[in-house]
Design a binder for this molecule. Structure first.
Ligand code: PEP
Ligand code: MG
Length: 758
């Protein structure tokens, strides 16, 4: 059964379009199960009908015609109950309804399975038999497995404009085709797509027209030659240690590189206008599909050889491609996973928006984008980015939407939104030099989260009162090796000097999770529960000490440094870290530096730290809550996974309760408590946190003026009352409603809160 299923799924995923995929499924299922009929009905939400879209065994003329309303007939019953129905004598069932045009009268038994994607019934997969036949549980199980996989395929096809339902039918010429993702950073923009692919990753190479095909053919042939040479060297070196079969593999590789095989096809595609990397991807993918569909396990395994070969050629091609890429005036950077290095590749004045097909609203790429104030959509899984190079798109970062082929109307609407946004930002500029003070005269300092040298001027221009979180990993991420002590010292000095005399809180290296260094990869099945933050640096004191020394040296004469430790889970991690900090401090003093000992604080990011907040507070000078991680750990929702983005609620009452407990613990121990997670930069979130008693809030610079504006239009007593009501709620929806009501009552309507619609 496994083999049959695998073959069907394989055939479906290499089908040209949804119609051919459905045809393939009905054909293969009918054959595999030896049934008289196999059909697929799709659900049309507008009419709430299930329409026959593919069949073998029923009248072909009824495709697109035969339909059953939800709840009507057996098909409609499967749809409304979202449950499998398996009948030996269908006609005896009270719901049986004879659909004349299909000619199904002749069939006795019926097995119908719903095709469900994200709780929605997209369609029904049905098999029928002329004679009475009780389908077995194995057969049921096979159809359920198949339809679960088919659901993802149908949903993807519809989302990317290849669906069959008229309401979503979209071709290349359709206007305003919409793709949904998750809001990464607010704001709207219009621009042209520039896809950036990570090195040597064949699957991520986009389609692109080549300017001069013969140049690309030449580059491809040079890459082939280089791979051939390397394979020969490797096979010669290994010859003595290899079994015959393994040696043969090298010969197979060499044959594949022959002009008459894979290479010939690539060259042909280049000559038709595709650039070398795109042509290589296409041909390699076709070969992989063909091998993966084979019955023989040995031959099936050869798919991975082809993939490997493809990767090697691609790496060579990328090395020889030294052309400096030019970008449009309004560029929308698109990648599967946007990295800091990619952001650095596009000139800042041209970068208007970002689309990441993976990741979610609290992935670090989104946080970086927010700090740069660039509209961003994350987790746009259905966005067909490989075919989008150079196309114009509209980005709505507030709601996480992308529109392809914008119509005049849509473009006008968004141009107006861009203009309004700019004027609102201008209006808020007058707040730059006034304090964040409530109407009832409570003042709360607003600090910024930074990561790049660029952030200094931008933050001061927004009236930042210091840095609550400097993410030191970002300068590490854009390098090709660990930065030296001197490089780090220069980098930290820029921050400390730029903000002096305001305080700068530097977090020690927080890698792992979704933050990887290309030169120090951490590959784990569960990276957010793995080796990250302080766990890595305590295991590598040589890296930790260099960083601490650089921070301390950079602070000489400025004395505005504060050091903060990420991901603290065990009390002994604090003690160990402080020992290293003391060691570095003593060494530098002995070397003659005139230093003032910086305050040392801890981030509260894991539930254990919430429960032990008082013990932590007794050992440090301050605490700061990392609500992004704390939310993911309290709610057990990966902050980086768009599939569960709907479950990630920083305003969940459980999270709010934890945030309040931390404040109370810090107050008991009389140390300052701040928050530097994204919640602090949300206008509604900031009010709640102020109500809890946080001493200061740290956020990305772009959010600061809006947060200041709401604080100045609210009372502390109102914020405390709003918090009280919020904590009485049982879910995030209730909290949002409470906030909405309070803000409305205070006349605050232009909020742009990520958490509250208004
Ligand atoms: C947090 O977890 O809330 C935080 C501020 O740290 P980061 O987002 O960098 O993990
Ligand atoms: Mg964190």
């Amino acid at each position: 059964m496994l083999n049959t299923l695998r073959k069907i799924i394989q055939a479906v995923s290499s089908a040209e379009d949804l119609q051919s995929a459905l045809k393939l499924v009905v054909h293969q299922v009918r054959r595999a199960m030896r049934t008289d009929v196999c059909s697929i009905y799709l659900h049309f939400p507008q009419t709430d009908n299930f329409v026959l879209m593919a069949t073998e065994g029923l009248n072909q003329s009824s495709i697109g015609q035969a339909c059953l309303h939800s709840g009507k007939g057996l098909v409609g019953l499967v749809g409304i109950k979202a449950e499998t129905i398996n009948l030996k004598r269908a006609a005896d069932h009270p719901n049986f309804h004879y659909v004349q045009e299909t000619g199904e009268e002749a069939f006795s038994s019926f097995l119908g399975v719903p095709i469900i994607h994200h709780r929605k019934v997209l369609g029904i997969l049905v098999v029928q038999q002329r004679e009475e036949r009780q389908f077995g549980t194995e057969e049921e199980a096979m159809l359920i497995t198949l339809s679960a996989q088919l659901a993802g395929f149908i949903a993807h096809a519809e989302a990317t404009g290849g669906g069959l339902r008229q309401d979503t039918l979209a071709d290349e010429a359709s206007l305003d085709v919409m793709y949904e993702g998750v809001s990464g950073s607010g704001g709207v923009a219009i621009g042209h797509v520039a896809v950036i692919a990570p090195p040597a990753d064949l699957d991520k190479v986009p389609d692109r027209r080549c300017r001069n095909p013969e140049d690309d053919v030449e580059a491809f042939q040079a890459a082939l030659e280089a791979v051939r040479r390397k394979i020969k060297v490797v096979s010669r070196t290994l010859a003595r240690n290899l079994k015959n079969q393994e040696q043969e593999l090298f010969e197979v590789y060499m044959r594949m590189l022959d002009d008459n095989a894979l290479a010939g096809e690539v060259i042909q595609n280049i000559r038709q206008g595709q650039w070398a990397q795109g042509a290589l991807r296409g041909v390699v993918q076709e070969h992989i599909n063909a091998f993966e569909a084979m019955d023989d396990p040995y031959l099936r395994e050869r798919a991975s050889d082809i993939r490997d070969l493809g990767r090697r050629i691609l790496a060579e091609l990328q090395q020889t491609n030294t052309e400096v890429r030019s970008f449009e005036e309004s560029t929308v950077l698109v990648a599967e996973e946007v990295t800091a290095a990619m952001l650095a590749e596009v000139p800042a004045d041209k970068l208007k928006a970002i689309i990441s097909t993976l990741g979610s609203n609290n992935s670090h790429a989104a946080i970086l984008a927010r700090s740069m104030g660039i509209p961003t959509v994350m987790g746009a899984v259905d966005f067909p980015y490989r075919r989008m190079e150079g196309q114009e798109v509209v980005i709505d970062g507030y709601v996480g939407r992308i529109y392809r082929n914008p119509s005049q109307d849509l473009r006008r609407q968004y141009e107006q939104a861009i203009a309004e946004e700019a004027s609102f930002t201008k209006e808020l500029e007058i707040l730059r030099n006034v304090p964040a003070q409530t109407r009832d005269r409570h003042t709360i300092p607003l600090l910024v989260n930074t990561s790049l040298p660029l952030d200094v001027d931008r933050s001061i221009a927004q009236g930042a009162e210091g840095v609550g979180l400097y993410r030191t990993e970002v300068p590490f991420m854009i390098k090709e090796h660990f930065p030296s002590e001197d490089e780090q010292t220069d980098c930290y000095r820029t921050q400390l000097q730029g903000f002096s005399p305001r305080p700068v809180t530097m977090r020690t290296l927080d890698i792992g999770g979704d933050k990887n260094l290309s030169y120090f990869p951490i590959n784990e099945d569960n990276p957010f529960l793995g080796w990250r933050g302080i766990r890595v640096t305590l295991d590598h004191p040589e890296i930790f000490l260099v960083q601490i020394r650089a921070m301390l040296k950079a602070s000489e004469g400025l004395d505005n440094l504060r050091i903060m430790l990420p991901m603290i889970t065990h009390i002994n991690e604090i003690e160990e870290s402080i020992r290293w900090i003391d060691q570095a401090f003593i060494e530098l003093c002995e070397e003659g530096y005139k230093l003032v000992k910086p305050p040392v604080g801890v981030m509260i990011e894991v539930p254990a730290a919430v429960y032990q907040a008082r013990h932590i507070a007794q050992r440090v000078d301050f605490v700061s809550v990392g609500s992004n991680d704390l939310t993911q750990y309290i709610l057990a929702v990966d902050r980086d996974n768009p599939a569960v983005a709907d479950l990630y609620h920083t305003m969940h009452p459980a999270v709010l309760t934890a945030l309040k407990q931390v404040v109370d613990a810090a107050k008991e121990e009389q140390i300052p408590v701040s928050i530097c997670g994204e919640l602090a930069g949300d206008p509604a979130g900031a009010l709640l946190l102020m109500g809890m008693g946080y001493d200061n809030l740290s956020m990305n610079a772009a959010s600061l003026p809006k947060v200041k504006s709401v604080i100045r239009n609210f009372n502390l007593s109102q914020a405390q009352e709003m918090l009280q009501h919020a904590l009485e709620q049982t879910g995030a929806g209730g909290v949002q409603k409470v906030i909405q009501d309070h803000l409305k009552a205070a006349g605050l309507t232009r909020l742009h809160s990520r958490y509250v619609d208004n």
